[in-house]
Write a protein that binds this ligand. Sequence first.
Ligand code: NAD
Length: 433
Amino acid sequence: MTTTSTPPTSGATQPAPTPEKASALATAHSQLANAVEILGYDPGLHEMLATPRREVNVSVPLRRDSGDIVLFRGYRVQHNVSRGPGKGGLRYHPSVDIDEVRALAMWMTWKCAVVDLPYGGAKGGVSIDPREYSQAELERVTRRYTSEIMPVIGPERDIMAPDMGTNEQTMAWVMDTYSVNRGYTIPGVVTGKPIPVGGSLGRTTATSQGVVHTTRAALAEAGLELSDASVAVQGFGKVGSHAAAILAGHGARVVAVSDQYGGIHDEGGLDVAALFRHVAETGTVVGFEDAEPIDNHALLALPVDVLIPAAVEGVLDDVTAHTVKARWVVEGANGPTTAAGDRILAKNGVTVVPDILANAGGVVVSYFEWVQANQAYWWTEQEIGEKLEHRMHVAYQGVSSLARREELSLRDAALVIGIQRTAEAHQIRGLYP
Ligand code: NAD
């Protein structure tokens, strides 16, 4: 589900300020530097891994329904394609800029490698607030952006998927624009499409399902089950809402959730199914009855077992990380923890299941969708669920055993695995010319 096209109708407070933007790329570079040091790579290889392979920077003019013209910036960054075509989401958010897209593209490279997909990493974005525009306007923006980046995308080049502010419909428009220009239907150019045009069963909830698989695996290492756990989720969009619902379905107590307008809290556990109905009606979690209001900062500091940041980058930083009382932070969002935040959480004994592992379920089922679309042969939901669980299990165990063996954090272990696989592919292929 997404809240992006439905403005809140009641009880909404002002949107929370967007965290410091420059930090996403700084965080990504700092993580890479740590892993490079552990791996003992030379400066040349480090620089290659730190530098995007290709960046496209475009203007996206829009004729508004009123007839006025407005202009947005659009980006597509292919960070690394040594292991296969670029793969990564398309984000619509007012604070999107080239540095944020670079960071997100780099994380996609490591993520695809950690779950051993035959992809490199890419990301795209348009600096637009989708809540301010009609569906017809968003369709025109999407089609124009797609046509501007057409030369660098395609099922063998770079495959898009939904991210913040975009959804299945956005992917259908990208697919249609690309296909019309090529002269035939090419469903493999995007993943996260609606089922009737080649989407995969299980894709809508795949990222959240992966978050739950990794949460379960992390808790199991401490002898805890999901049904014993209390959880707080920041962000009630595509990732956070389904994560909350699946966790509640497993008997976990979801005590708080939030979105950009504010949050709600009930120590006894929220009725997540009723909350979905409230969000469908109002566009926000705010105002849900039978719960107390809570702000986004207070949510991060709740005394829960598991905290799932599933909104924007940089929310756990040198200030907020001190307040975290959860035993586990499972990163549904990309880059929710800054480098300083990470050090503080580690010092305080909080186990962080890192984004490139925890939220990889989405790209795993995107890969399944791409394989199905390219063969025009579709799997059952059960097959997809089992294959996803297997891949998440193998990836988690690989990361966790490396972490134990080398005394690394789960983040460093995941980065080491992802970066090593990427560097290995690069070195085996050799340098052209
Ligand atoms: P979305 O647009 O569907 O939802 C985002 C949610 O975050 C909304 O509830 C929004 O209100 C809330 N939010 C926005 N700004 C906020 C703020 N400042 N404070 C608190 N809440 C805020 O997006 P999504 O697809 O759920 O993505 C969320 C995160 O997960 C992003 O970091 C994205 O890159 C990452 N992610 C998404 C997928 C996927 O399959 N969609 C896969 C992997 C990672």
